[in-house]
Design a protein around this ligand. Structure first.
Ligand SMILES: Cc1cc2nc3c(=O)[nH]c(=O)nc-3n(C[C@H](O)[C@H](O)[C@H](O)COP(=O)(O)OP(=O)(O)OC[C@H]3O[C@@H](n4cnc5c(N)ncnc54)[C@H](O)[C@@H]3O)c2cc1C
Length: 391
C-alpha cells in the first residue's frame, strides 16, 4: 500500500492508490474509475498543508505532472497555467512575458492550484490572496466531465473553485489575473516590541508589504517592509531583509525547519489588540515557546471562503516545532483568535467543527451547496471535510 506524507511529516496516509497523471485525460479516467468503485479522490499539490486535507484511504492524485504555463496574455495581464506548476516555476516565464503575480506568500514551493485551494496569501494592506487572482478554472468533476468556469461562465462553480479545499473537483488549469512585472526593494530589521508597538499603524500603511515575526523569548520582532522601486536589481541577491530585484526573486523565502502552524485572520482594526492579548498570554502561560508569531495584512476580497472575504484583515500565525506537542498552546491561541472574530487558514491547524466554520465564514453553507451539487456522492470528500459539513 503506498504511503503519503506532508511537508512536515506530521500527516501521513496509506491510500489504496497514489497516482501521478501526466494528462488531463488520465485524471478524468481515474476520477471516473474511483467514483464507480465508491472511492474517495483527493488531489495533492506540494503537500505543504498542515491541515489533514489530503489524507484518505482512497486515491491520492499528485498533480505535479501537469505543470507549466499554457499561455500568457500581456494585453489582458492574465496567464493560463497548469494546476501542478510550482509557484517558483511561474516567476521566470511570466517575467519573460512582462508579467508577474500581484503578490506571493512567504515561500514559493507550493503548487499554484494547491495554494489557491486554501487561500494562500502574502502580506500587504492593499493586496489580496492568491485565490482572488483566479479569474478562470478548468475542472474535472466527479462525473469525469471537464468544465470551465469564471466570472462570466458557471459563476457559482467558479466562486466555489477559487478556494476549493480540493473538494469541488480536480483543477487542471487556472487563469490568473496578473500585473506588469515589477521590482521590489526589501528592508528588514530587529526591533524591541516596546518601540515597534507605537509605530505599527504607520509602518503597516506605509509600505506595499509589511510584516513582522515576534519572538516571545526576546520580546523582539524581525520586521520587514517591501516597496516598489525602479532601481536595477542587485545581484547576487543579498540575504532576506536586504534584497532588491524582481518581485518573484524578492518575495519568497527559505523556511526549511519542519513545524506545525495555526493561523487566523481577524478584522484589520482588531489586529493590534488581538496580537497584544496573544503576546500577554504567551508570556504568561507558555514561556517556553521559542517559535515566533507572524503578523501580516490582507485587503478585503470577494472570494467565498477567503480569510479576508468582505473584510480588511490582519493574519496572525503561531508555530511550533513538529517534534513538540502543540495542542495546549494552539488551543489557548485559538480561544483568543475566536474572541476577535477569527477565521482559520484552511491549510493550517484549527479545531473548528462545521457549525463554528459556518459562524466564522459567511459563505460556508453556500460553498457546500455548490460543492454538493457537482459531487452529490462525496467523491472528493475525506473524513476531515465530511466532519465539517455545516448542519
Ligand atoms: C513552510 C511553509 C510556508 C507557508 N507559507 C505560507 C504563506 O506565506 N501564506 C499562506 O497563506 N500559506 C502558507 N503556507 C500554507 C500553504 O501555502 C498552503 O497549505 C497551500 O495549500 C500548500 O500548497 P500545496 O501545493 O502544498 O497544496 P497541498 O497542501 O498539497 O494541498 C492543499 C489543498 O489543495 C488541494 N489541491 C491541490 N492541488 C489541487 C488540484 N489540482 N485540484 C484540486 N485541489 C487541489 C488539495 O486537495 C488540498 O485540499 C505555508 C506552508 C508551509 C509548510
Amino acid at each position: 500500500m503506498p504511503r503519503w506524507r506532508n511537508w512536515s511529516g506530521r500527516l501521513e496516509a496509506r491510500p489504496a492508490e497514489l497516482r501521478f497523471p501526466r494528462s488531463e485525460e488520465d485524471v478524468a479516467a481515474l476520477v471516473r474509475a474511483a467514483a464507480a468503485d465508491g472511492r474517495t479522490v483527493r488531489a495533492v499539490g506540494a503537500g505543504h498543508s498542515h491541515a489533514p486535507l489530503v489524507p484518505t484511504d482512497g486515491v491520492v492524485v499528485d498533480l505535479s505532472g501537469l505543470s507549466g504555463v499554457v499561455a500568457t496574455d500581456p494585453s489582458r495581464r492574465t496567464a493560463r497555467v497548469r494546476a501542478g506548476t510550482p509557484i517558483h516555476a511561474l516567476g521566470r516565464p511570466l517575467h519573460d512575458a512582462g508579467l508577474a503575480l500581484r503578490n506571493q506568500g512567504d515561500i514559493d514551493r507550493q503548487t499554484i492550484a494547491g495554494a489557491c485551494a486554501t487561500g494562500t496569501h502574502g502580506t500587504g494592506a492593499g493586496l489580496t490572496c492568491l485565490s482572488d487572482a483566479v479569474v478562470g478554472a478548468r475542472l474535472i468533476l466527479a462525473s469525469g466531465e471537464i468544465v470551465e468556469c469564471g466570472p462570466e461562465q458557471n459563476v457559482d462553480l467558479w466562486q466555489a473553485a477559487r478556494l476549493n479545499l480540493g473538494a469541488v473537483g480536480i483543477v487542471t488549469e487556472l487563469t490568473l489575473a496578473l500585473r506588469d512585472a515589477y521590482r521590489l526593494a526589501e528592508r528588514g530589521w530587529r526591533e524591541s516590541w516596546d518601540t515597534l508597538e507605537p509605530r505599527l499603524p504607520a509602518l503597516a500603511s506605509g509600505s506595499r508589504h509589511f510584516e513582522f515575526f515576534w519572538y516571545p523569548g526576546e520580546d523582539e520582532a524581525v520586521v520587514k517592509t517591501i516597496d516598489e522601486t525602479n532601481e536595477p536589481p542587485r545581484y547576487p541577491l543579498a540575504g532576506e531583509g536586504d534584497r532588491l530585484a524582481w518581485s518573484y526573486e524578492v518575495l519568497p523565502n527559505h523556511r526549511p525547519h519542519p513545524h506545525t502552524e495555526m493561523e487566523y485572520s481577524v478584522p484589520a482594526a482588531q489586529g493590534a489588540a488581538c496580537f497584544a492579548e496573544l503576546r500577554a498570554m504567551i508570556r504568561r502561560d507558555f514561556p517556553a515557546v521559542r517559535w515566533p508569531v507572524e503578523y501580516r495584512l490582507l485587503a478585503a476580497d470577494d472570494v467565498w471562503l477567503s480569510m479576508a472575504s468582505g473584510r480588511a484583515t490582519v493574519t496572525l500565525s503561531v508555530h511550533q516545532d513538529v517534534r513538540e506537542d502543540e495542542t495546549a498552546y494552539y488551543r489557548a491561541c485559538e480561544r483568543i483568535f475566536l474572541e476577535y472574530g477569527g477565521r482559520p487558514h484552511w491549510g493550517k491547524v484549527h479545531g473548528l467543527d462545521g457549525a463554528a466554520l459556518a459562524a466564522a465564514h459567511p459563505h460556508w453553507r453556500q460553498w457546500w451547496a455548490v460543492r454538493d451539487g457537482v459531487d452529490p456522492d462525496g467523491v472528493f470528500l475525506n473524513d476531515f471535510l465530511r466532519q465539517r459539513r455545516p448542519a
